[in-house]
Design a protein around this ligand. Sequence first.
Ligand code: GAR
Length: 213
Amino acid sequence: MSTDSAMSSLISPDTSVSPHPTLKLGVMASGSGSNFEAIAQAIADRQLNAQIQVLIYNNPGAKVAARADRWSVPSVLLDHRNFSSREALDEAIVSTLQQRGVEWVIMAGWMRIVTPVLIAAFRDRILNIHPSLLPSFKGNRAVEQALKAGVKIAGCTVHRVVTEVDSGEIIMQAAVPVLPDDTPERLQNRIHAQEHCIYPRAIALAASQVSID
Ligand code: GAR
């Protein structure tokens, strides 16, 4: 076990997860897509009983699109710059997700605020990952916020998405120590490692708590 993983701890163990049918996921991402990759890998390793129906991304150059290609996951670019409002973008997102038979929406580094248009279409079935121990450090630059505040423990949170940003029910968290010589990049890297560990488990846990009619 590496020093980092030894020092990081899972706060919300998933002991209550029960078997569930294959989950049909739609992943939304804006950037690198390392969480997309971790979820795809967990599915391939049979740690998560799910299938990624589609990746939606909003930045033409996002690395996540190449990752989707490598995993043979269809991807759809919905560039927010081509929509007149957040609601118009979310209508296109809902339509894309519904056409692909998506049941669970997984925001994995999706850097846009979502509206009631999306939230109402997938009520209780939208998850987000955020690089802080919510409810601390909501919004942008959460890792920098944590360093600036001088906290000794940082971390990440998977939560249900509600209209208020970074505020829905917490599903799972992992804690990461802040080291004396930490830079935002170093701390972010250690948080990322924990995100990859908890997101697939949190998806299974959330799905075991909500049934699809
Ligand atoms: C992750 O650290 C995730 O927590 C964060 O973006 C990163 C995406 O990384 N999300 C937010 O800050 C949302 N407010 P990835 O593209 O490598 O998965």
